[in-house]
Design a protein around this ligand. Structure first.
Ligand code: SAM
Length: 322
């Protein structure tokens, strides 16, 4: 057994001991950094603009914000009216969010270039250029967005999620579609989250229900092994029993679903894909060396390490042209 597999196995088994999960869950994810959150939000916006989607979404929802609500705070600062966040673990706290919020405001005020591959080499999607996107956030939009009373209102909403006037709604556990009104959201996004979601069908269905007919989804998905194997795609070689033990009682691990599963499920849920930007890595495995469950994986899936997907609801016309 390889080293990383062994470490994960030991950890997975340890999580059956009460309290071990709580210790480990503190401090996961990249949203501890304001510059990371700023970079992620602007990358989703730049890609939206490039793909002919609305780069000024007013009502946004995020799946799996992680350590802070920073990406959603960036969405509000950039002109959003309301932000909904859905996670399965409550990580975010008011003090951390306020600090990140203040740093984000400065980044926008300074028209800071988008932190790129040198600073965040693992973050996708990669952009053609990382200049501040003034063609999206022009002076008119920024003047409105950074108006002091507006900024104060967003700041006051942090940590006041229960108040009916709060611009932020944070649900740290969500399992069904009741979290949001039907057809109420302009954009639903996630960064490095959909590879962790256990119920992919239910989640894509919920997104379809929540999205306005004119809205879109925007997701970065990382298909790599997340440290569960020595090779980036070694998680597909672990047997089901091994995987069960590695997961232990953790609230989430990774779902091991490859790129084509997401495409299939989101199409079946009623989405039409606008952008499917795929990143590839070499595989040391052939499909015959994978666990039985993954032997039928396609050659394409075997080498797709990440994808950035934007999609809209299918309309009558779209259905006809398929
Ligand atoms: C790798 S972290 C990414 C966090 C953050 N988006 C970032 O860019 O750093 C994965 C996040 O997905 C969340 N998650 C896992 N399963 C989820 C689900 N079913 N619904 C919503 N969030 C989920 C986790 O709690 C965690 O916050």
């Amino acid at each position: 057994m390889k080293l990383k597999q062994l470490q994960h196995l030991a950890y997975g088994i340890a999580t059956f001991v009460p309290g071990v999960n709580d210790l480990h869950l503190k401090g996961r994810g990249g949203t501890d950094s304001a510059r990371y959150c700023y970079s992620v939000w602007l990358r989703h916006l730049v890609m939206a603009k490039k793909n002919g989607l609305n780069p000024d979404p007013k009502i946004v929802a995020e799946l799996g914000p992680g350590n802070s609500l920073g990406v959603g705070l960036a969405a509000l600062i950039a002109g959003g009216d309301k932000y909904f966040a859905f996670d399965v673990v409550e990580y975010a706290n008011a003090e951390k969010n306020q600090k990140i919020f203040d740093e984000l405001v400065e980044l926008f005020k300074n028209r800071t270039p988008i932190p790129g591959e040198d600073e965040f080499p693992q973050v996708k999607p990669c952009l053609e250029e990382y200049e501040f996107p003034a063609y999206i956030l022009d002076e008119n939009r920024l003047q409105y967005a950074l108006e002091p009373s507006r900024i104060e209102k967003i700041r006051n909403s942090i940590g006041d999620f229960q108040h009916k006037d709060s611009l932020i709604q944070y649900k740290a556990t969500w399992y069904d579609t009741s979290g949001l009104e039907k057809e109420s959201v302009d954009m639903i996004y996630s960064q490095a989250v959909l590879e962790h979601v256990d119920d992919l069908e239910g989640t894509y269905r919920a997104m379809y229900l929540w999205l306005k007919p004119t809205g879109y989804i925007s997701h970065q998905i990382d298909f790599k092994c997340h440290g569960t194997a020595d090779d980036w795609n070694g998680h597909w070689a672990h047997s089901d029993l091994m995987w069960k033990l590695m997961r232990g009682s953790q609230p989430y691990l990774i779902n091991r679903e490859p790129h084509s599963t997401h495409i299939k499920i989101l199409s079946e849920a009623g989405f039409k894909i606008i952008c499917d930007l795929k990143y590839e890595l070499e595989s040391r495995f052939t499909t015959s060396e994978l666990a039985p469950k993954f032997k039928s994986i396609s050659g394409d899936d075997l080498i797709i390490s990440d994808a950035f997907i934007q999609a809209v609801k299918k309309t009558e016309g779209n259905y006809r042209s398929r």
